[in-house]
Design a protein. Structure first.
Length: 36
């Protein structure tokens, strides 16, 4: 998780994984789970 565009680009280039903004991590953690 990163909020810095430059760090995001470096992480994505090095790992092939697109990092997300820390707020998006919190949003996912506090969102209700989908029950099927």
């Amino acid at each position: 998780a990163t909020d810095c565009p430059l760090a995001q680009a470096q992480i994505e280039q090095a790992t092939g994984v697109r990092p997300v903004h820390p707020i998006q991590v919190l949003q996912a953690a506090y969102s209700p789970a989908k029950v099927e």
